[in-house]
Design a protein around this ligand. Structure first.
Ligand SMILES: [Zn+2]
Length: 324
């Protein structure tokens, strides 16, 4: 068995958003082809996702919303929500495949013995709310994977670290009152969707299990590392998760057209190393990562490769970078 599993299907390209949409049909394929064309292919098993069962979708979304998405796609509706989330006839099926891909990644690290797994899928999910498509997202892939980890894999305590440059509002809402899920989001302050204030810390029994870290525009690696050291890592250590899920957006890359951050592809390696080290410290806590945003083609593919390199290395720091 190889150290890393990448869950991918060419069908992710059949969620057609047209020629001018940033969340373009080719995004997941760019990443998959970059892996296949690099030395990482030698340490990666590609796994096939399956459509997620509707019962898992309905653990996060209402049945009415799931049926609305299905019908809207099948009848040829072009846009959901406020027009930013475009769909085609295939989009409902592909969105279920993307959620199934996140679930497969969780299964890969919990049951199949992989050191880490990456769901290389689209559409992304972290903006999708219980009853609303938002920000290019139909179903909340990482939230569905979190309840799958709890209920099917018996990983009771789940931590989601979301380093997409946008706040994961849908994921936050899904678990805002849930003490067994720690949600941590690092994002550019006041960027879309304009949520994610540090005063949002959870409610009821979930008070204290929601950690927002809004960062100023122009933040670089030093700023991100300082936030990891002073806020993310202490919170995760205190929480002691049974599994770590990553909402891996690569749109804080300095070339990304939708944000104003200053991360390089190499910086994603450095940040992922910190997460891998933390997971090891927590008793080899399994790590499953789910692709979210990233809209500069080269920046996305190179950043994802560096992220995967750190995930595949496990304890052998630095040994795989020459493969890229
Ligand atoms: Zn994003």
């Amino acid at each position: 068995m190889k150290p890393l599993a990448v869950v991918y299907d060419d069908a992710f390209a059949s969620h057609d958003t047209g020629d001018r949409h940033p969340e373009t049909a080719m995004r997941a394929r760019w990443v998959a082809e970059a892996v296949r064309g690099s030395g990482l292919a030698a340490v990666t098993d590609f796994l096939q996702p399956e459509l997620v069962g509707t019962r898992w979708v309905e653990r996060i979304h209402t049945r009415e919303y799931r049926c609305f998405v299905e019908e809207a796609c099948l009848k040829g509706q072009r846009a959901l929500d406020f027009g930013e989330t475009l769909v085609c006839e295939d989009s409902y099926r592909v969105a279920r495949l993307a959620a199934g891909s996140a679930v497969r990644a969780v299964h890969a690290v919990c049951r199949d013995g992989y050191g880490a797994a990456f769901s290389c899928a689209r559409p992304p999910g972290h903006h999708a709310r219980a009853e609303q498509a938002m920000g290019f997202c139909l179903f909340n892939n990482v939230a569905i994977a979190a309840v799958y980890a709890q209920e099917a894999m018996k990983r009771e305590r789940v931590c989601v670290i979301d380093f997409d440059v946008h706040h994961g509002n849908g994921t936050q809402e899904s678990f805002y009152a849930t003490p067994a899920v720690l949600f941590v989001s690092l994002h550019q302050h006041l960027l879309y969707p304009h949520t994610g204030w540090d005063s949002e810390t959870g409610s009821g029994a979930g008070k204290g299990t929601n950690l927002n870290i809004p960062l100023p525009a122009g933040s670089d690696l030093a700023r991100y590392e300082a936030a990891f050291e002073s806020l993310v890592e202490p919170a995760v250590r205190r929480f002691r998760p049974d599994i770590l899920l990553l909402s891996a957006g690569f749109d804080a890359h300095h070339r990304d057209p939708l944000s104003d951050m200053q991360l390089s592809e190499k910086d994603y390696y450095t940040l992922t190393r910190r997460i891998v080290r933390l997971a090891r410290e927590l008793g080899d806590c399994p790590v499953a990562s789910v692709l979210e945003g990233g809209y500069d083609p080269g920046g996305l593919a190179r950043s994802a490769l560096h992220h995967l390199c750190a995930l595949a290395e496990g304890a052998d720091e630095g040994s795989l970078l020459p493969l890229l």
